[in-house]
Design a protein around this ligand. Sequence first.
Ligand SMILES: C[S@@+](CC[C@H](N)C(=O)[O-])C[C@H]1O[C@@H](n2cnc3c(N)ncnc32)[C@H](O)[C@@H]1O
Length: 459
Amino acid sequence: MISKEYIKELKSKGNGAILHFVNDIRENNKILYFLENLGYLPKDFDGRWLLNFLHNKSSLIRFWAVKNIGKLSDETYLSALCEVAKKDPDTTVRREAVSSLGRMRNPKSKKYLYELLQDEDPKVVCQAIRGLLVFREDKNVQDILKPLIEHPNEMVKSVIYKEFFSEGKSKNEQPHPDSHDYLKNVIVNGDVREILKNVPDESVHLTFTSPPYYNARDYSIYPSYRDYLLFLDEVFKEVHRITKEGRFFILNTSPIIIPRVSRAHSSKRYPIPFDIHPFLIEMGWEFIDDIIWLKPEASVKNRNAGFLQHRKPLGYKPNAVTEYIMVYRKKTEKLLDWNIRQYDSATVKESKVADGYETTNVWKIDPTFDKIHSAVFPVELCKRVIKYYSYKDDLIFDPFAGSGTVGKTAKSLHRYFFLTEKDEKYFNYMKQKAHHKSLFKEKETSFFTLEQFIQSKNR
Ligand SMILES: C[S@@+](CC[C@H](N)C(=O)[O-])C[C@H]1O[C@@H](n2cnc3c(N)ncnc32)[C@H](O)[C@@H]1O
């Protein structure tokens, strides 16, 4: 019977005792137990017997043999580890072998790690890079690692970028939780593309928006679908620029249907969320989550009537009860913990999300209908997004404000808002609501034309 105490005792007796013991074990599970519980190995430990297990049939035994060899710093094991790293049939064992090579911190491991930079498994390459970064001051190591910024794999690129090319600090000298006063609780009437020319880099903490539909309603006429996507591309690049480091952009879209021109044509469905996604990645947003907004069937347009009658396959048309809430984060080397650490403990405490929050990515929320604006956000949807993705006193932006639901909800949750809206009708609608104190109460909201906004900025 092997126990942890017995393994400890064997180690204290010296290498001969271990060798004798190991030679006698036949069952794989005992070998595995022994290897898993070897623990710390002293500097003078003779681990040559471990080499025998590198060819064992069980990949778990090979894995643990490799892991234990990594505890030794003797260069005699380097070439054996390199062989495993290159040739073992199991990728987990190969990765562990590279990691063990790195952990040995032996300068002679460099030549083996260089070879492994050519490996086709990006994780092996990343482990080899990590092992080499122990010698990051070595000019030769730098010269070999830096060109990997051109590596086809994004994980490898990101490790190299972080190590050698990242400026390390954000362009904006403003403390992360702060925002400019002239953007706080401000609504500007105009084309968002013009307005944002007057907003500095890294100004907002969160953007939540629902873009105008493609040709679906009268406020959104674009020459072509391609033009529509290019318009969104232009706006969202600007949103990216004005977003603070590592903060979120939440986009509500759904595939849209354009009715047929005549009976000789069929209607066309445009998959907006999927078509806009590659643009967002290209401009530097990192995809985080896809949340489904689920509406009751009775609240959506019925597409089922024809099928209900004829029941002929191919003619099936489901009622579209979902929209996407796509969650992106401005790409950064910094972890979310960094963002959170920028806030004082009182703000973190006051911003904590209470019990009863949504735990799944399917959010069942009834749509809201408004007599003036035909596509408003339900307050509940805004509440969740703002609570889950921002802190108290953050600045929340909506480039396509419509009736201003994002602003109103941000205010009620003790955040600031900055909204832009092109259509004067909707701009005045927000103004009117503010006048009646049902929206944006407490602190005054500023309603500006583009010119007034520029003046207020320069004041
Ligand atoms: C889908 S609606 C947003 C509704 C909003 N989420 C709400 O809760 O009321 C899109 C809005 O974008 C506005 N819009 C369209 N193009 C714009 C542009 N270039 N700049 C600013 N606003 C624009 C439209 O007038 C429309 O009100």
